[in-house]
Design a protein around this ligand. Structure first.
Ligand SMILES: [Zn+2]
Length: 298
């Protein structure tokens, strides 16, 4: 192939081992191994998730059915970071997928064992009439739950929660956790997935709609309940409420709540630090918005 180059000192034999398209091959091999690495990491994460779970036994207070529920072993989660709305991000998998207990026979669902078992006789009556009487069964779920399956379980718990007339804070917290699951789902989505952009937009709008529900729910809770609310003291609650205000576009309320945290004598220094960071984020977002408006006006 390169015979005519030989007088110039370049010998065919020297590169005979490499093909003309060797670079292409090498690149493809690199991409393939990249893909392989990603798939391997994903497989390992799934194995880790499976190994982190065990079956816990429950007895349903509505229909007496005995069943097992996938539960996260203690010490199996590794915290990576915390979002401004207090959502914990973990390595390998999101344990909040497993916080809901659902009776597969009657459809009664709740968040956590105490809530699942602690029912008054009126609540049992309501759940029997409005959930058990109508429930037709759960769709099949694997050893580990997808985000969509986890969201479905939260919606069942939310449904039971409304039927049993539980506190607004309980429902608000469930809505917040559904929003977090949509966020996890969007973070975990692969760009190679079909209709990626469309699915991302859907996730974002679902997340926002559940954040709005949580915001409304916590607003109702603070007017009718005593602290601690969902395990939060007043200042932690105010901080969370500030971030939910920001995320739902209520900037004045967000600033007002942050102001309360920053001057409070009972807020811890860690919480005040979080409040300062959030105040900075709000300032940057407002600057950005102003710049965009100026651009539009030309
Ligand atoms: Zn049941």
């Amino acid at each position: 192939m390169f015979k005519e180059l030989e007088p110039m000192g370049l010998k065919d034999a020297d590169i005979a081992e490499q093909s003309l398209f060797a670079t292409g091959k090498a690149e493809r091999a690199e991409k393939e191994s990249d893909q392989e690495l990603k798939e391997k990491a994903e497989k390992e994460a799934k194995e880790y998730e499976k190994d982190s779970l065990f079956d816990k036994k429950y007895e349903c207070p509505i229909c007496d059915n005995r069943f097992k529920e996938r539960t996260v072993r203690t010490g199996k989660t590794r915290l990576l970071s915390t979002d401004t709305d207090l959502r914990h991000k973990y390595r390998a998998f999101d344990p909040i997928k497993y916080d809901i207990i659902v009776c597969p026979k009657c459809g009664y669902a709740a968040m956590g064992q105490r809530s699942f078992e602690g029912l008054s006789s009126l609540q049992r009556k309501l759940l029997r009439e409005q959930v058990q009487a109508n429930f037709k069964g759960l769709p099949p779920m694997g050893e580990i739950y997808t985000y969509d399956q986890a969201i479905l379980r939260y919606k069942l718990a939310l449904y039971s929660s409304i039927v049993k007339r539980s506190r607004a804070s309980e429902r608000a917290y469930m809505c917040l956790k559904i929003a977090w699951l949509f966020r996890s789902k969007s973070e975990d989505m692969k760009p190679t997935e079909e209709k990626y952009e469309e699915k991302q937009l859907k996730c974002k709008s679902e997340e926002k709609s559940y954040l709005e529900k949580a915001y409304k729910g916590f607003d109702a809770a603070v007017q009718s309940e005593m602290f601690p609310i969902c395990g939060m003291d007043e200042m932690t609650f105010n901080y969370l409420y500030a971030d939910l205000s920001r995320r739902t576009g209520n900037m004045e309320m967000a600033k007002k709540m942050l102001g309360m945290v920053l001057v409070s004598k009972s807020a811890t220094s860690t919480l005040k630090e979080k409040a300062r960071t959030l105040k900075e984020i709000i300032r940057e977002e407002e600057d950005q918005k102003e710049q965009n408006q100026n651009k539009k006006l030309g």
